[in-house]
Design a protein around this ligand. Sequence first.
Ligand code: NDP
Ligand SMILES: C/C=C/C(C)=O
Length: 334
Amino acid sequence: MVVARKWVYVKPFDGLPKDENFKLEQETLPDELAENEFLAEAEFLSVDPYMRPYMAAYPAGTTMIGGQVSKVTVSRNEQFPVGAYVFGNFGWRTHTIVNPDKLPAENRPYVLPSFGSHPRSLGLGVLGMPGNTAYFGFLELCQPKAGETVVVSGAAGAVGSVVGQIAKLKGCTVVGVAGSDDKCAWLRQLGFDATINYRTVGEGGFAAALKQAAPKGVDCYFDNVGGYISAAVMQQMNLFGRISVCGTISNYNDARVQVSDPQREFVFKQLRQEGFIVTRWHKRWMEGIEANLRWIEEGKLTYQETVTEGFERMPEAFVSMLTGGNTGKAVVKL
Ligand SMILES: NC(=O)C1=CN([C@@H]2O[C@H](COP(=O)(O)OP(=O)(O)OC[C@H]3O[C@@H](n4cnc5c(N)ncnc54)[C@H](OP(=O)(O)O)[C@@H]3O)[C@@H](O)[C@H]2O)C=CC1
Ligand SMILES: C/C=C/C(C)=O
């Protein structure tokens, strides 16, 4: 008999998530698997920003959504043999019975490719959804060219840190915006040409700091945060600039801030802005993972993880990530 533990969303979020929004529960799983099913035992779980806005679409009583790296411990599906490690969007739970055939194509679990000497947890970060968000969301939408200036907000996180490094690989000058001096120092170690600690310069000083960091203006903006940071970057875009809108974490917990109307910039500088959800590229998923793994193996792409130990600490790790407690990818190890 397998008893799964799971974190249930028991009360709608209001502002920053709090303990009262979550309840740790148990669920006894069936003893027998049906044909095509397998049992997955979680090893690493992901905490991601999207969980905050996406949960608004789910009723109280739903298990928290999310990806995990897990081990197949029992199987009646030859594509997922016992002992294989898989990525799946199984939610915040320790054990899950899965029938992949019943899931939509863009949400199917997959067996992790070999990461060589690198940890399997990278399947939640640079070699998983956030890494692919950087790879496709930046290269496809920004179409960067050597010599251009790229600004990345949320630059020291899972997605942003990879975007900035790919931009350097493409020969760009890269400016990273992040929320602490330590994060900025790490970005410069990664090769970022300039950094801005947005918390130190504040909203009033941001435009001047950006002008100093990007004196030739901005050709590509990879936007992870929205709000006043993005409004200021829009004002300093160059002719024919491209903006990839990846996320707006600055307003996931709060009301949207008022920013000045950016439309004028779009007309006179002939800018192009496009939002995306990374599953748009689900048919090319392994291309992104293989490219990022190759760059890691070649020493051209570096990663960092912030690991919280213990399933019972999932809500704590989630809130910490939303408030800047992570550098690189935030994961929870069971
Ligand atoms: N479109 C898509 O398909 C996808 C979009 N995303 C989006 O990408 C963004 C980054 O995700 P991910 O890399 O996983 O997360 P991160 O690893 O970057 O973690 C979140 C970070 O956001 C920063 N942050 C929090 N509040 C603010 C704020 N008010 N202003 C500026 N920065 C803030 C914090 O860093 P700091 O200390 O710098 O403040 C925090 O560490 C999110 O907006 C997310 O929704 C992610 C995956 C897929
Ligand atoms: C898949 C993730 C989406 C966002 C907006 O974070």
